[in-house]
Write a protein of this length. Structure first.
Length: 287
């Protein structure tokens, strides 16, 4: 009887595993990776996960982030539509899988060199089944510059914001800023408190980036549509106002759960989305 029960449980587990695997494999089947010209040599790729910035020209391709591993072929095809030149460099804005998932593909199959802040390599290395090919080969503490395709590309670290390894990338000549996940356009942001992120650090990082750009700067957010400085200012205002609101309620003795039940002011309802709901945003800034 024990053997029969064990075999039944094993069979059910295998069915669940196969179903789960099939679901995972089909998750991105309908995703299209589309390119949008932004300015000068810079393009923006939108698919699933973090937005990708591309510098394309006679010196080859430089890309910022690369979404999920299952989208690597689609990303490569979209890049090929922009330019037949080699993808030479990959910059990771942080370590999350929706921004670094295709690292190994570009390293192995395109011979691209991966750059990132030191903490990105540390966190990617900590995975039990990490493919060494996905790890950044060149790491930096404060930043690095690229000179290619007639442009100067500035990469710089912003401390303890979304994570402890965030970078933003500014394409100087066309005046385009890729913020990584220091900007979720019209959405509550995800601040990874368990990976070195903090609300205060996030606010400081956004203020730093806003101080570097002008009204004419085109802003590629980590998630959401192509934006501008006014969009980014509105995003920061939302964070500051909701943070002040929650902290005032907390100081008045209202518990986290009671505040979640009461919710934020009505004007912030549209900022909620499937990953960072109003509840999750309240809990983040309450902490």
């Amino acid at each position: 009887m024990k053997k029969i029960i064990w075999k039944s449980l094993l069979a059910l587990s295998l069915v669940g595993f196969v179903a789960s695997t099939a679901l995972s494999q089909g998750r991105f089947d309908d995703v299209e990776v589309k390119a949008q010209a932004v300015g000068g040599s810079v393009y923006m790729l939108v698919g699933a996960g973090g937005n990708i910035a591309v510098s394309a020209g006679p010196d080859g391709l430089l890309i910022v982030d690369n979404q999920y591993a299952d989208l690597a072929d689609k990303i490569a095809a979209s890049l090929a539509d922009i330019s037949k030149e080699q993808t030479r460099y990959v910059i990771n804005t942080h370590f999350h899988g929706d921004h670094t998932g295709s690292n190994a593909f570009f390293s192995k199959h395109k011979n691209a060199t991966i750059f990132a802040h030191e903490n990105v390599r540390v966190r990617l290395s900590s995975g039990e089944e990490t493919d060494p090919a996905m790890l950044p080969v060149v790491t930096y503490e404060k930043g690095v510059k690229f000179h290619m395709n007639g442009d100067t590309v500035h990469v710089f670290h912003l401390a303890n914001a979304h994570t402890d390894g965030d970078s933003a990338v500014w394409f100087e000549q066309p005046d385009v800023m890729h913020t990584g996940d220091l900007f979720f356009k019209d959405w509550f942001p995800f601040i990874d408190l368990d990976s070195g992120g903090s609300v205060a650090g996030y606010i400081a990082a956004v203020e730093t980036l806003l101080g570097m750009i002008s009204d004419d700067t085109k802003v590629i957010p980590g998630h959401g549509a192509l934006a501008n400085k006014a969009d980014y200012v509105r995003f920061l205002d939302m964070i500051k106002q909701t943070y002040a609101y929650v902290q005032a309620k907390k100081a008045a003795g209202i518990s986290e759960d009671d505040l979640v039940e009461a919710g934020l002011e009505e004007k912030w309802k549209n900022w909620s989305w499937n990953f960072i709901t109003e509840e999750r945003w309240i809990r983040t800034i309450y902490k």
